[in-house]
Write a protein that binds this ligand. Structure first.
Ligand SMILES: Nc1c(/N=C/[C@H](O)[C@H](O)[C@H](O)COP(=O)(O)O)[nH]c(=O)[nH]c1=O
Ligand SMILES: Nc1c(N[C@@H]2O[C@H](COP(=O)(O)O)[C@@H](O)[C@H]2O)[nH]c(=O)[nH]c1=O
Ligand SMILES: [Zn+2]
Length: 362
């Protein structure tokens, strides 16, 4: 492997480790190198704080002059909450800049690279581009479409059931698989469930990892504001709870009058997912982890409003046409109308299988 690839892989690794904590910004890594010696490394750690390039150049100090910098995203050229990295790179007289991928943020979108080239700096774009895009797919989705990246998550028996006819679902998958779910909760800005799941399971919807984790915003689609007053979501203050209701719901109920609870009333009687995603996008929710239930999954699938599926399959056959299926809604008439996917990963977790799939384009 070329040393260039080695340095970019290092930049990607120190970006990857910050995934989930930089939202609504991307996760970015930078490595400064001169004559085969690493002079500085840096990651963007939190939105509103220094960018990766700033950290790496601070470490490099005066030695940065004439050095190369490897960065996983095009250096910014705009004055956001921090000064432009492109200007800093020019000021510190770097010789070459290796950029894994351009930044689709309309504020930048190639202007960072242009600025560097106009200042006479050699810029190469595309080293490890695929991996860099994959790394920041949530940021790319949100900054381009002003809607969050949507991950559907289901835990089902081998015959695709997520609960018995009586509604029991504890537990389908193993504790190892459920811990993996908490890792995904930690990585996403928000978790979304339907009111059915709240009524059935009274979930807490926090991320509980042994090594520590952040709690996403907990979102409930609840057209008529039926969320129970004694529900964990309305009474546990360790995370925000957003209740999204239709235009005819009575929002004056005292049960939602809590500091950690926000009620968002849509202007339609029924909840339209497009409006929900627009609202979340406006609120800078960059990614949402949809944990069901079956009806909510049915709507996301029917409207093709998801970007990734995480399916946990347990080695158990439940049977029963009256058991709860993992994706509800209305069946298409023809099999060919089903949503085509591409499987992107298979892993065994404990006794379960985890499949990740992405929708085929077009
Ligand atoms: N029943 C199963 C799941 N059930 C998922 C339901 O959303 C359930 O209400 C929440 O996971 C409960 O959340 P909390 O622990 O209270 O934060 N999910 C799984 O991954 N495996 C299963 O077996
Ligand atoms: N995190 C990051 C970049 N993020 C870019 O800058 C925007 C945020 O700017 P600000 O509000 O100033 O933090 C963000 O939307 C994205 O386009 N750019 C970089 O050169 N390096 C970094 O490490
Ligand atoms: Zn920057």
């Amino acid at each position: 492997m070329s040393s260039k690839a080695k340095y970019m892989d290092t930049a990607l690794a120190i970006a990857e480790v910050t995934l989930g904590q930089t939202s609504p910004n991307p996760s970015v890594g930078a490595v400064v190198v001169k004559d085969g010696k690493v002079l500085g490394i840096g990651s963007h750690l939190q939105a509103g704080t220094e960018h990766a390039e700033v950290h790496a150049l601070k470490q490099a100090g005066d030695l940065a002059e004439g050095a190369d910098i490897y960065v996983t995203l095009e250096p910014c050229s705009h004055h956001g909450k921090t000064p432009p990295c492109a200007d800093l790179i020019i000021e510190r007289k770097l010789a070459r800049v290796f950029v894994a991928c351009l930044d689709p943020n309309p504020e930048i979108a190639g202007r960072g690279v242009d600025k560097l080239r106009q200042a006479g700096i050699t810029v190469e774009v595309g080293l490890r581009e695929e991996r860099a895009r994959e790394l920041n797919r949530k940021f790319f989705k949100h900054i381009r479409h002003k809607r969050p990246y949507v991950t559907l998550k289901a835990a089902a028996t081998l015959d695709g059931k997520t609960a018995t006819a009586s509604g029991d679902s504890r537990w389908i998958t193993s504790s190892e698989a459920r811990e993996d779910v908490h890792k995904q909760r930690d990585l996403h800005d928000a978790i979304l469930v339907g009111i059915g799941t709240v009524l059935q399971d009274d979930p807490l919807l926090t991320a509980r990892l042994p090594q520590g984790s952040k709690n996403p915003i907990r979102i409930v689609l609840d057209t008529h504001l039926r969320i129970p007053e004694d529900s964990k979501l309305l009474n546990s203050q360790e995370a925000m709870t957003w209740v999204i209701c239709g235009s005819s719901a009575n929002t004056g109920q005292a049960k939602c009058n809590k500091s950690h609870v926000k009620v968002w009333q849509l202007d339609t009687p029924e909840i339209q997912l497009e409006a929900v995603l627009d609202l979340l996008g406006e609120q800078n929710v960059q990614s949402v982890y949809v944990e069901g239930g079956s009806g909510v999954h049915g709507s996301f699938v029917e409207k093709s409003l998801f970007d990734e599926c995480h399916w946990y399959i347990a080695p158990r056959l439940l049977g029963g046409i009256d058991a709860v299926t993992s994706v509800g809604g209305i069946s298409p008439r023809l099999m060919k109308e089903g949503k085509r996917l591409t499987f992107t990963s298979f892993t065994q977790i404990g006794t379960d299988i985890k499949i990740i799939a992405v929708p085929d384009k077009g």
